[in-house]
Design a protein around this ligand. Sequence first.
Ligand code: NDP
Length: 301
Amino acid sequence: MTAEIIDGKAFAASLRTKVAAQVSLLAADSHPDGALQPGLAVVLVGEDPASQVYVRNKARQTQEVGMRSFEHRLEATTGQAELLSLVERLNRDPAVHGILVQLPLPAQIDAAAVINAIDPAKDVDGFHILNAGRLATGQDALVPCTPLGCLMMLQARFGDLSGQHAVVLGRSNIVGKPMAQLLLAANCTVTVAHSRSRDLPAICREADILVAAVGRPRMVAADWIKPGATVIDVGINRLEPEAPGGKGWLVGDVDFEAASRVAAAITPVPGGVGPMTIACLLANTLTAACRASGRAAPDLQ
Ligand code: NDP
């Protein structure tokens, strides 16, 4: 079997087109409160090179769909109080509908305190404890972007996910746990595995849908995959160049070449889950802006 490649780039481009169309409608809207331009504020503390690339991409794509982008770059030595006061200011700013504080934060800052200081209605990363609680209890929430992107791709493939056995490898707050909650809400039977789980290959072989989010290059081997399964590879792992001065490259948590011969469908790395993450951030910002202005959030499926 040769797996179908789930093209995250194409999914993301289509989602951005839908978001941009909604943003244009809002700009011409005759709502009593007037037209609306969604705005996303991104806060970067320090100079982590990967974070700088993410923040640049987020700002560019935000503008490309017609939203306002606000960038706040702070020194790596910034203290907690200063960061919290910026978050407070953004919470009060009516032009800002979404706030994203780029992780990881420097060691002197308590990331949970900062995330929980964001107005939950502007928490477009979906990491605030209130949004996490709403997701876990089946209430309307802003949902973390990476698992939301994975769910959208799965729903496009399967339609109804009811009864599928989904195995989520990884239990982080930003990927594994919300992914499991979303799949459960979509009526999958969900198994969550992690570093203390016994016999991971056997657990994974039970999966109709396998979502790998562990951050271990090519850990998931072909014989961990049930023939015909759908594999979503969230991992982004940078491998060192083979020769000095050469270029490093990115691989996922799944051995893509080998897994492609067993699975029915698989996301590549790069070009799978990654592009959907930013597209979902834009979708969440649109949702937050609509709700803040008393409009219904559009259905972007
Ligand atoms: P974390 O490091 O926060 O969590 C990793 C999870 O994997 C933990 O639950 C850990 O278990 C589990 N784990 C680690 N090693 C093993 C192992 N050997 N066997 C079984 N389980 C293991 O990572 P994230 O969730 O933040 O990210 C996971 C991956 O996804 C990374 O590669 C990251 O770069 C990528 N990522 C990609 C995004 C995208 O846009 N495509 C966005 C976010 C992340 P335990 O809890 O027991 O320690």
